[in-house]
Design a protein around this ligand. Structure first.
Ligand SMILES: [Fe+2]
Length: 291
């Protein structure tokens, strides 16, 4: 399996040739991981004070920054909190600028979703099977219905002591979906409406969301699949950046600390090849519209 599409660039402004842009977009939409071994997000001297697991509030997995500027999941207060906010905001802007330079087809179509900072070592952390991101999965979140929209994520490893972030990347989306789709269920409209009305979900779950959660949970709960399914290990070094559609790429994060991540949402019709979207794949397999 050749899942990495490597681009040797060191700056967040591009520019990229038309060939590089088209190649990156094609690889991304096919379910590959774009890898930038020299694209480093540098912290200044003050920001390096934030490189401690104590920056987390101990309850959340991540420190988060909403596009509205609201900071969450951190123990930082006062000046430290404002340092955190500025660092994450700077990262969010760099990430958006970089993606728009790399894939102009998505320009003006990428909706900025939360930024996260992950200062806690993954290895050895305990979680229930469903919440355990060291198990292979595609991203699907119970409280956040996507209704077919894509989840595009840019990650930078900012570890100060050169520790890699270790991922496993698995089989293509459609092969995984064929395995777990038969057992996935589409909840009723009444149930989806009720969950939205009660605020359990932000908006109303579509059939697509039910099925994506079914694939997420089905894979994570299948110990045999976790052990035996095809997967390759990738160690993203400190000072590198990578991008993928995490609703499509089967992935697990095994080890690593100090990563920044920016999420974008993208409408399926903003893709160059919308037929590759999980929504279109599942609709084809299921034989009916899911949103
Ligand atoms: Fe994930």
């Amino acid at each position: 399996m050749d899942v990495l599409h490597t681009i040797d660039v060191a700056g967040w402004n591009g520019p990229f040739s038309a060939d590089a842009q088209a190649g990156a977009c094609d690889a991304l939409e096919r379910g590959n991981v774009l890898f930038f071994p020299r694209l480093e997000f540098r912290l200044n001297e003050h920001e390096r004070l934030l490189l401690t697991p104590d920056a987390s509030d101990g309850k959340s997995k991540n420190v988060s920054l909403k596009a509205s500027g609201e900071l969450g999941g951190t123990s930082c207060t006062g000046e430290q909190a404002s340092l955190m906010q500025h660092m994450m905001e700077r990262f969010a802007r760099d990430a958006a600028r970089f993606l728009e330079a790399l894939i102009p087809a998505y320009a003006n179509r990428l909706a900025r979703a939360p930024t996260s900072y992950r200062p806690v070592e993954i290895a050895g952390r305990t979680a229930s099977a469903i919440h355990d991101d060291t198990r292979m999965h595609v991203d699907a979140f119970p409280s956040r219905p996507m209704r077919g929209k894509r989840i595009l994520r840019l990650f930078s490893n900012i570890h100060p002591a050169n520790a890699p972030r270790v991922w496993h990347v698995g089989e293509p989306f459609e092969e995984m979906a064929r395995r777990f789709l038969p057992a996935a269920r589409e909840g009723s409209r009444a149930q989806a409406w009720m969950m939205g009305a009660l605020g359990v979900t932000k908006g109303t779950r579509s059939s697509y969301d039910w099925l994506m959660l079914g694939l997420h949970d089905g894979a994570k709960l299948d110990a045999e699949y976790q052990r035996r399914s095809p997967q390759i290990e990738i160690a993203f070094p400190a000072g590198s950046t990578w991008i993928c559609f995490t609703d499509q790429v089967m992935h697990a994060a095994l080890a690593g600390q100090y990563v920044l991540e920016q999420t974008f949402h993208l409408d399926v019709d903003a893709m160059v090849a919308p037929d590759r979207a999980p929504l279109r794949v599942l609709e084809r397999l299921r034989g009916h519209a899911l949103v």
